[in-house]
Design a protein around this ligand. Structure first.
Ligand SMILES: [Zn+2]
Length: 434
């Protein structure tokens, strides 16, 4: 039996209002009326009966299919209330309606879920962002942009290059200098890129300005990222989970658990079958609140999370779902030789026993074949390969054929984000759900 969660009365009224408006007024959800058991049913049962919204649906109905009939998209675009933004990605690229005011409000609400953030984030605070400019910021691959060209209101974008493999030592020295000059209150970072900068800082024995808080986002932060970042930064680190479509969905509190941003979204949890890690492990479907310009209902964000088994957190926050962890994207799952689902989190925890790994990437090429790419300064590569194979055979099964190869660096995907693990064949997540 899973926990029952505490929610404010607003949560239930928002859930109800969004569903009723979506079914009655919004084109993308009109076909869903047939699934609604009716108003006499509890709201959770009505959501549970609904189909899942996918990126394919967004492409099909965008943009007018996602706003109420009395909302004029052209007027919103003309007066600047909204704009269209495209998410990066090759296969699942999608255009969304962007409402900056709502996004900022969703972010502000998420700060309440972490004591460090709520103390220092005012909404006017200086924030440095270390990300791939394909995800956020200004792209300039051939020409170096001076600092003032990478400023936008309270933000400084530290990197304009889309390929992190092209970073020179001068580029990273510039980041270190700018952090010192700008003195950000918060450093928001893609964990892969911050880890790369930290490896350089450690190797070159440099020092760097310490912000009040580091917020990791855009990607799953792996154990090796944390290790490398911790060697350089001695400040609180929080992981923030959200998407371009849904805004801020979960924020990690100072005790390390993830709390739902329940003022701004509804989250429905669908457990995996017990043989695949359920019932505490499952996928989430997100419904946004308070955004009059973009109704997203039961949206499959494509991530797996672990519900906290105790259902409580020592920080004392008790409104909304509590997760013990985000376990990685569904696109990152691999399978054991006998077909059990393995999340990126499970793989990463297993591989974390290996010492002195800069980066890794695991590709499952067939049911029992796994290619591990390692970046490591270790000289005893033969021993390291043996250790890595043993870890993977223990995880995936004795029959696993493991090949270990060494790289100078791992490249990100064309979206600008790194993929630490993936199966090179389709894994239909619906087959693994209860
Ligand atoms: Zn907490």
């Amino acid at each position: 039996m899973l926990q029952t969660w505490n929610f404010s009365s607003d949560y239930h009224s928002h859930s109800l209002a969004v569903l009723e408006t979506a079914l009655s007024q919004i084109a993308a959800y009109k076909p869903w009326q047939a699934f609604d058991p009716g108003r006499e049913y509890p709201i959770d049962a009505r959501y549970a009966a609904m189909p899942v919204l996918t990126k394919k649906d967004i492409r099909q109905y965008f943009p007018r299919g996602f706003v109420p009939v009395d909302c004029d998209v052209n007027r919103g675009l003309a007066n600047g209330e909204i704009s269209f933004v495209e998410t990066s990605g090759t296969i699942d690229r999608v255009t969304n309606i962007w409402n900056q005011k709502w996004w900022d409000a969703s972010e502000r609400a998420s700060w309440k879920l972490n004591t460090h953030a709520s103390k220092i984030a005012t909404g006017n605070h200086r924030e440095a962002i270390l990300a791939n400019p394909l995800n956020v910021g200004f792209v300039s691959d051939n020409l170096e942009l001076p600092m003032e060209k990478r400023r936008l209101s309270r933000f400084l974008y530290l990197n304009e290059k889309t390929d992190p493999l092209s970073w020179s030592t001068a580029h990273m020295d510039r980041m270190i200098t700018e952090l010192g000059a700008f003195e950000p209150v918060v450093l928001e970072a893609n964990p892969s890129l911050l880890a790369k900068l930290c490896r350089y800082i450690t190797a070159s024995k440099k020092t760097v300005f310490q912000p009040g808080l580091i917020v990791l986002t855009y990607e799953y932060p792996a154990n090796f990222h944390y290790r490398q970042i911790r060697q350089v930064f001695n400040v609180p680190i929080a992981s923030s989970y959200g998407t371009t479509e849904t805004g801020y969905v979960f924020m990690q509190c100072e005790e390390g658990k993830f709390h739902q941003n329940a003022e701004f979204c509804r989250v429905d949890f669908q457990p995996l079958k017990s043989e695949h890690g359920g019932p505490f492990l499952g996928r989430i479907l997100v419904t946004t609140f308070n955004n009059p310009w973009y109704y997203l209902v039961h949206f499959n964000v494509g991530d797996l999370v672990r519900i906290d088994e105790r259902g409580s957190c020592s920080c004392g926050r008790d409104s909304g779902l509590i997760l013990s962890g985000i376990e990685g994207r569904i696109a990152n799952v691999t399978l054991t030789c006998t077909g059990r689902l393995v999340t990126l989190c499970e793989l990463d925890d297993a591989l974390s026993v290996l010492e002195n790994i800069d980066e890794y990437q695991l590709e499952q090429v067939a049911a029992d074949r796994y290619n591990l790419h390692l970046v490591s300064p270790r000289l005893d590569k033969h021993t390291l390969s043996k250790e890595a194979s043993e870890v993977l055979k223990k995880l995936y099964g004795k029959k696993a054929q493991v090949s270990v190869t060494y790289e100078d660096a791992i490249s990100p995907e064309s979206s600008g984000k790194y993929s630490i693990s993936k199966a090179l064949f389709p894994v239909e997540i619906e087959r693994y759900l209860q």
